[in-house]
Design a protein around this ligand. Structure first.
Ligand SMILES: Nc1ncnc2c1ncn2[C@@H]1O[C@H](COP(=O)(O)OP(=O)(O)OP(=O)(O)O)[C@@H](O)[C@H]1O
Length: 258
């Protein structure tokens, strides 16, 4: 689904170059749930933005479903969920979800049907006519996931979507997201700072080093954890073992001098 080869990206900042990514290679298979984890500034968002054609690599190749990122973007091959929900406050929940379909010129009746399907998927049936400010932060983030799914992309890119939420809400959304992933088998790339969240959700975890971002370890979670996951799995020895390996990877790459 996504094939990244020897990707390097240097930002040309005003006074000096910023080496954001260095020689990153990664293959993401259809139906994978990949988490990117690493210290702040290691290039996780940059990597997602390259896949989404929002940044241009300095060197290396990226293919999304066999297409260049630009072709994939024009074909709307992916949905993107940002850290903040980024909903329009003057549009209802339903009209936030239909927005990408309006832009694509989808007829009104179909827009409404699709929006309602996606809102049902994220457990928000009954909230179609509310405005974003009438919803909790967790519900708003579910609306942005529904919006990203509205045009049925094969790939879902999520940049720390639950980072600003309290622990219990986050647990709940993690559970909903893993159920959604199991039902739809969309390929997901998910950025997080939480080891527990990464282990709980992922088929594979990509541990990145501080800047310039490189891949330190790729950990297979699907081998030891079942695809169907409930929150109590976090107590299991397999879960703890994987979490330990992620932590070791992060510690190895961490410089306390920064
Ligand atoms: N447009 C830009 N111009 C210059 N430097 C940039 C630009 N965007 C990002 N950077 C720098 O590139 C590096 C990687 O940034 P990026 O946002 O990808 O990291 P991240 O791992 O997602 O960080 P965080 O976990 O804090 O969200 C950082 O040092 C950042 O300051």
């Amino acid at each position: 689904m996504v094939d990244i080869r020897h990707l390097t990206l240097t930002y040309q900042a005003a006074d000096h170059p910023v080496y954001a990514l260095s020689d990153v290679s990664l293959s993401i298979a259809q139906g994978d749930f990949i988490s990117l984890i690493g210290p702040s500034g290691c290039g996780k968002t940059t990597l997602m933005r390259v896949i989404a054609d929002l940044e241009q690599p300095s060197s290396g190749d990226v293919l999304v479903n066999g297409m260049t990122p630009e072709q994939a973007r024009l074909k709307r091959a992916y949905g993107y969920v940002f850290q903040a929900p980024a909903l329009y406050p003057w549009r209802t929940v339903e009209r936030n979800v239909t927005l990408p379909l309006e832009i694509m010129g989808t007829p009104r009746a179909e827009r409404q049907t699709r929006a309602r399907e996606q809102l049902e998927r994220v457990g928000l049936t009954g909230f179609e006519r509310k405005f974003p400010w009438q919803l909790s932060g967790g519900m708003q983030q579910r609306v942005s996931i529904a919006r990203a799914l509205a045009f049925n992309p094969d790939l879902l890119l999520m940049d720390e979507p639950f980072g600003a939420l309290d622990e219990i809400t986050r647990d709940h959304l993690n559970l909903q997201l893993t159920q959604l992933w199991r039902r739809t088998r969309k390929t997901c790339v998910f950025v997080t700072h939480s080891i527990a969240e990464a282990v709980f959700l992922s088929t594979r975890i990509v541990v990145m080093s501080p800047r310039p971002g490189r891949i330190l370890d790729v950990i297979d979670c699907a081998r030891d954890l079942p695809p169907e996951r409930t929150l109590d799995i976090r107590e299991s020895p397999e879960f703890q073992r994987i979490a330990h390996r992620v932590r070791e990877g992060l510690m190895e790459g961490h410089s306390y001098d920064d």
